[in-house]
Design a protein around this ligand. Structure first.
Ligand SMILES: Nc1ncnc2c1ncn2[C@@H]1O[C@H](COP(=O)(O)OP(=O)(O)O)[C@@H](O)[C@H]1O
Ligand SMILES: [Mg+2]
Length: 391
């Protein structure tokens, strides 16, 4: 059992207000990723949880036990918190081999020798560094050293594992392998993980929950799918997704139960099943922004049903996918198509937007007001194939 509850945490460095009234619950067994641009307070949050930093306000509970009560100046020492932390800048002991670096904590705890051997070798092979077990840190690359640091953290099977950008020094292929290893490890051990990264792909692929930070404030805490499909505000929408989401300026008006939208890319109407609890003007026309993911637009070369005409601005075929920029009235959209598609510059195309999947934001507040419905993925695929003419 390891539930971690942060309530009303404020952290200042001098006059720099780095964490602003942070409220976050990490359930037992969760893989929670703290995601956000550099400097937004992710590492500081980990340091507050681990006990390396004292916040000026707020409380921290682990398994219902009070660890921090800033008002009363109560801060449980890191050793009481049953966790293991791997920093972005890892420190291995230079005079010990890889094996002994990883085994050290277990030796201190007087774990039997043969059990140490099994556990250390298991951790090393997970991290694909077993063959280096007799080397010294100075004989390893940065990425290999980083993997030793992860092996050292997981070998003790801590209740809570805190990982601060642990894959940042690895090349692309190895990073994919390590993502799988960490994900499997989490599933097998049921350890609660708090993982810090600025890499949205890492966050989306490994986590059970993602907490998106901007400038010390939480913008959204949600499942990876929901963070992707229904970003809570324009900042999150812009940050998540590669290639980036398309933003389209539009006008909206509520009429009866229906939200009517007019834009360069089409007219739409949505009923209240799609609305969020966020406010928007209930009378008159107001400015909104549509969020349309590049893969939620389909192109055909010939007119088709209510597909809207557009002109190809540029096409970038890249083998597994083709990125196409199209111009629709005064709006340019990026479209992502699966596989190789050949369009030439200035060609007319016909675009279908999956309107159920588009999101709408109140321009004034930046908040989500219309959600994407979580369509049955096979139905979406079918619709997509029809729209793109491959069915
Ligand atoms: N020890 C420190 N002293 C003063 N300022 C710090 C310290 N650590 C971090 N900061 C500042 O706090 C902010 C958040 O930092 P950090 O939590 O490291 O961000 P992230 O990990 O999201 O990149 C930054 O503006 C950073 O400069
Ligand atoms: Mg950091």
């Amino acid at each position: 059992m390891s539930t971690i509850v942060l309530k009303g945490i404020d952290k200042y460095y001098g006059s720099n207000h780095v964490l602003k009234n942070l409220n976050l619950t990490i359930e037992d067994g969760e893989f929670m990723t703290l995601l956000g641009p550099s400097g937004c307070g992710k590492t500081t949050t980990l340091r507050v949880v681990s006990g390396l930093e004292k916040p000026q306000n707020g409380t921290l509970y682990m398994d219902g036990e009070l660890m921090v009560n800033a008002k009363e100046l109560y801060f449980a020492p890191p050793s009481k918190r049953m966790l293991n932390l791997v920093f972005q800048s890892y420190a291995l002991w230079p005079h010990m081999t890889v094996f002994h670096n990883v085994a050290f904590g277990l030796s201190i705890k007087k774990v039997p020798k043969d059990e140490i051997k099994t556990r250390v070798e298991n951790a090393l092979s997970r991290m694909q560094i077993l063959e280096y077990k007799d080397r010294y840190p100075s004989e390893l690359s940065g990425g290999q050293q980083q993997r030793v640091a992860i092996a050292r953290a997981i070998v003790s099977e801590p209740k809570v594992l805190l990982l601060d950008e642990p894959l940042s020094n690895l090349d692309a292929k190895l990073r994919i392998d390590m993502r799988s290893e960490l994900k499997r490890l989490h599933e097998e051990l049921g350890t609660t993980v708090i993982y810090v990264t600025h890499d949205q792909i890492e966050a989306l692929t490994m986590s059970t929950k993602v907490a998106v930070f901007f400038e010390g404030e939480l913008a959204q805490v949600d499942t990876p799918l929901n963070v992707y499909q229904n970003p809570a505000d324009l900042r999150v929408a812009d940050f998540i997704g590669n290639p980036s989401i398309n933003f389209v300026q539009a006008k909206a008006r509520l009429e009866g139960d229906l939200l009517h939208i007019e834009s360069d890319v089409g007219s739409f109407a949505f009923d209240s099943d799609y609305f969020t609890e966020n406010e928007f003007p209930k009378s008159g026309v107001f400015d909104c922004v549509l969020g349309i993911r590049p893969e939620q637009i389909y192109l055909r070369s010939n007119p088709w049903q209510d597909a809207k005409e557009a002109v190809v601005y540029a096409s970038q075929p890249a083998g597994s996918e083709t990125l196409v920029q199209i111009q629709m009235g005064g709006t340019r959209l990026l479209v992502k198509q699966v596989g190789v598609r050949n369009y030439h510059t200035n060609q007319s195309v016909y675009a279908t937007i999956l309107e159920n999947m588009l999101t709408v934001y109140n321009k004034e507040t930046g908040k989500l007001i219309k959600i994407a419905v979580d369509l049955d993925i096979e139905a979406v695929e079918l619709e997509a194939q029809k729209a793109s003419g491959t069915l």
